[in-house]
Design a protein around this ligand. Structure first.
Ligand code: ADP
Ligand code: MG
Length: 635
C-alpha cells in the first residue's frame, strides 16, 4: 500500500488530479455543515444576479436561487450518483465476467452473447431507453448508467479470468479439493481486483458525465433538486444573456472529470503489475554498470572468455543482494567449464552478467571485467553487446518452452535468429534452419521445421534451443541448466551432442548445473560456487576424486552412485545464506563440520596448494579436506 502511494505521488499529474478531487470531495462532504443558503428557495426579485453580488458569491439563477449553494449541493449529488453507478457497474460486471471466464464453455457463450447484445446499442441511447422504461428520476438514471457500463466491465474481467482459470495455481486449488466458490473468491478474485480498480478509476469520470447528460435532458434529477446536469439544462435558455449560470456548473464538471481521469491514469500505472516491479521505469537494454574499483588488466592466457573478479548486485530499496561477489572464470576454445552449486548460489546471475542481460533495475554490475577475446564487455555500448549476443556468444536456457515463441514455427524462429546477424534471403535461412535441426539430431527436420513449439516434446524443444544457440556458429555457448528439465536418456543424448559440437567446432562451453554427474560426463574443468563466490576450481577428475573444499566434498557425497552398493547419502543440513546479509569470513562456515574461529574472522583467499604439484587447483578454505592440497598441517 505504501509502495502504491509512493508510485502514485511520483506521477505529478496524478498527484495534481488527486489533490483536486480530494478538495472537491471534501467540499461535497462538508456541504450540510457549511453556512449555505437554502438551494431551492426562489426569489424572483433577484433573478440572474452576477457573481460577487451581495449575499450571493456566485450570483443567482433564473429563479433567483443562490448558485453557490445549488452548485455545492448539486456536486454532492452528482458525485454520489456517479460513484454509486461505478460501484454497481463494477460489482455486477466483474461478477458476470468472472463467472463467464471461470466456467467457460456454454455458460461463457450464453453470457457473453447477451453482453454483446447490450454493447451493440450506443451507450446513451440504451441509457435513454432504460430511463424511458423506468420513468425519469435520479435513481433510475443511476440504474441506467450502471447498466450500460456493466458490459464494459464484464468483457474486461472475463478476458483476465480466462487467462487465470487454467493457471497452475488454480489447478492446484482444484486438486486440493476446493469448491468453485472458494476458488473464485480466494484464487481468482485477488488477481482480478487490481484490474477492477483500474477499470473503475478510468470510468467513474465517464459515468458522472453520463449521469449529468441524463439530467441535462430532464431524465435524471427532477426540479427543484439540483445536480450538475440539471443545472446546466436549466441554464441553457439563458446561455447567451447570462452565461455565468452555465459556466458555473460546467466548470465544476470539468474539474471533477479532469481530476478523476488524471488520478485514474495514475492509479492504473501504479497498480499495473507489469509496471510495478520496474517501478515505472523501462528495463534497460543492458545491465547497469557502476564500477567503483579499478578495471582488472587483460591477461594473455589463450582464454576466449574470461571473467575477472566480477561483482553483480541487486539493489532493491535499501537492500543490497550480493548475488555475485567476485567471480573469476575462464574458458579456452574447445574447452568445457562446469559451474556447479546449489540453487541460489549465483550461477544464473553470473551467466547473465556476461552479456549484460541481468535486468536493471534492480541489477547492477559493481566491479570486475568480462573479457571476450581480451575486450572488456562490462559497460560496453548496447550495440556492441547486441552484435555479440546470439552471434559470437549464445545462451541455452533451462526451459525451452519459455524461450521459444509459442506462435511461430520453430523453423521461422531459427531463420530469424540467423537473419538478425546475417542478412541472407529467407529461403537460404530456412534451409540453414533445417540443416541445424538435422545437426541436433531431430528426426524429419524438413517437416519438423514447420512445427510449433507446443507440438514438440521437451527433449526436442531443448534441441531446438541448442540449434538456435548454434545458428550463427558461436565461439562460446553458455548453457544454464539445459538438461535439468529433461529425463535421463534425453539428457545423455543432449550432453553427447554438446560434447561432439565442441570437439568438431572448437566451441567453448560454460555449462551451469547443480548435478555433479553431468559435470563428470562433459566438463574438463569445474568451478564450485557458493553464495556468489567460487570456493573451488580444478580439473573435473581431480576435484571429483579429491575434493578440497568441505562444501564440494559434501556436494559429491550427496550424489548416489549406481551399482556401488548401499552407502549413506549425507545431506548437507541447513540452507545457503541469504546474499543480502553475508557475514565476514567463509559463507559455508555455519554449515561446515570443521568451522573454527579463524573461518569467521575475515576474507579467505582463493589460492592454490603451496606444497603440491597440482598447480591447476584452487580452493577458498583454511582447512581443506585433502592433505595433498592443504597448506598447513591439520592439527
Ligand atoms: P542459481 O545459482 O540458482 O542460478 P541465481 O543466480 O538465479 O541462482 O540467484 C543468485 C541470487 O541472486 C539468489 O540468492 C537470488 O535470491 C538473488 N536474486 C536473483 N534475482 C534477484 C532479483 N531480481 N532481486 C533480488 N535478488 C535476486
Ligand atoms: Mg539458475
Amino acid at each position: 500500500m505504501a509502495q502504491f502511494l509512493t508510485l502514485l505521488l511520483r506521477n505529478r499529474l496524478a498527484a495534481a488530479g488527486g489533490v483536486l478531487l480530494t478538495m472537491v470531495v471534501l467540499l461535497a462532504l462538508a456541504v450540510p455543515v457549511l453556512p449555505l443558503q437554502a438551494p431551492n428557495v426562489t426569489d424572483t426579485a433577484n433573478r440572474f444576479l452576477t457573481p460577487l453580488a451581495e449575499g450571493h458569491l456566485l450570483g443567482t439563477d433564473h429563479l433567483g436561487r443562490d448558485l453557490l449553494s445549488r452548485l455545492l449541493w448539486g456536486t454532492r449529488l452528482s458525485l454520489a450518483v456517479g460513484f454509486a453507478a461505478a460501484i454497481f457497474a463494477a460489482f455486477f460486471g466483474a461478477a458476470i465476467g468472472i463467472i463467464a471466464g471461470y466456467f467457460g464453455g456454454r455458460t461463457d457463450n450464453l453470457i457473453m452473447r447477451a453482453v454483446d447484445m447490450l454493447m451493440a446499442f450506443p451507450y446513451i441511447l440504451l441509457a435513454l431507453a432504460i430511463v424511458a422504461a423506468l420513468g425519469p428520476g435520479l435513481g433510475n438514471a443511476l440504474i441506467a448508467v450502471a447498466a450500460v457500463n456493466v458490459p464494459f466491465f464484464a468483457r474486461n474481467i472475463r478476458g483476465i479470468t480466462v487467462g487465470l482459470a487454467h493457471k497452475e495455481f488454480v489447478d492446484a486449488a482444484r486438486l486440493a479439493g476446493l469448491g468453485h466458490t472458494r476458488i473464485i473468491l480466494t484464487e481468482i478474485l485477488p488477481n482480478v481486483l487490481p484490474v477492477i480498480v483500474i477499470a473503475m478509476s478510468t470510468t467513474i469520470g465517464w459515468m458522472i458525465l453520463e449521469t449529468a447528460g441524463l439530467s441535462f435532458l430532464g431524465l435524471g434529477s427532477q426540479p427543484p433538486q439540483a445536480d450538475l446536469g440539471s443545472m446546466l439544462g436549466e441554464a441553457r435558455s439563458a446561455l447567451i444573456t447570462n452565461p455565468h449560470t452555465s459556466v458555473v456548473p460546467g466548470a465544476m464538471i470539468l474539474i471533477i472529470v479532469m481530476g478523476i481521469n488524471l488520478l485514474g491514469d495514475g492509479v492504473r500505472d501504479a497498480l499495473d503489475p507489469r509496471l510495478r516491479s520496474g517501478a515505472l521505469t523501462r528495463p534497460r537494454p543492458t545491465t547497469r554498470v557502476d564500477r567503483n574499483g579499478p578495471v582488472p588488466e587483460a591477461e594473455r592466457d589463450g582464454a576466449i572468455l574470461s571473467l575477472q573478479n566480477l561483482h553483480t548486485q541487486f539493489h532493491v530499496k535499501n537492500r543490497v543482494y550480493k548475488a555475485v561477489g567476485g567471480v573469476s572464470l575462464k574458458v579456452k576454445p574447445g574447452e568445457c567449464l562446469g559451474v556447479i552449486g546449489e540453487s541460489g548460489s549465483g550461477k544464473s546471475v553470473t551467466a547473465l552478467s556476461i552479456m549484460g542481460l541481468v535486468a536493471s533495475p534492480p541489477g547492477v554490475i559493481t566491479g570486475g571485467a568480462v573479457r571476450y577475446r581480451g575486450e572488456d564487455l562490462v559497460g560496453a555500448p548496447y550495440e556492441a553487446l547486441r552484435r555479440l549476443r546470439g552471434d559470437r556468444v549464445a545462451y541455452i536456457f533451462q526451459d525451452p518452452l519459455a524461450t521459444l515463441h509459442p506462435l511461430y514455427k520453430v523453423g521461422d524462429q531459427l531463420a530469424e535468429a540467423i537473419r538478425v546477424h546475417h542478412p541472407i534471403p529467407k529461403a537460404q535461412a530456412w534451409a540453414r534452419a533445417i540443416a541445424l535441426l538435422k545437426q541436433v539430431r531431430i528426426p524429419n527436420p524438413e517437416s519438423r521445421a514447420g512445427s510449433y513449439p507446443h507440438e514438440m516434446s521437451g527433449g526436442m524443444r531443448q534441441r531446438v534451443g541448442i540449434a538456435m544457440a548454434l545458428a550463427n556458429d558461436p565461439d562460446v555457448i553458455i548453457a544454464d541448466e539445459p538438461t535439468t528439465a529433461l529425463d535421463v536418456t534425453v539428457q545423455a543424448q543432449i550432453l553427447s551432442l554438446l560434447d561432439d559440437l565442441r570437439r568438431d567446432r572448437g566451441l567453448a562451453i560454460v555449462f551451469i548445473t547443480h548435478d555433479f554427474g553431468v559435470v563428470a560426463q562433459l566438463c574438463d574443468r569445474v568451478a564450485v560456487m557458493y553464495a556468489g563466490r567460487i570456493v573451488e576450481t580444478g580439473p573435473t577428475q581431480a576435484v571429483l576424486a579429491t575434493p578440497a573444499h568441505p562444501y564440494s566434498a559434501r556436494l559429491i557425497a550427496c550424489v548416489p552412485e549406481l551399482g556401488a552398493g548401499r552407502r549413506r547419502l549425507e545431506a548437507i543440513p541447513g540452507l545457503p545464506p541469504a546474499v543480502d546479509r553475508l557475514e565476514a569470513g567463509c559463507a559455508f562456515a555455519p554449515r561446515c563440520l570443521k568451522t573454527r574461529a579463524e573461518c569467521r574472522a575475515g576474507e579467505i583467499a582463493l589460492k592454490g596448494p603451496a606444497n603440491s604439484p597440482d598447480t591447476d587447483r584452487e580452493v577458498r578454505c583454511l582447512y581443506p579436506e585433502t592433505a595433498a592440497v592443504s597448506e598447513r598441517d591439520m592439527p
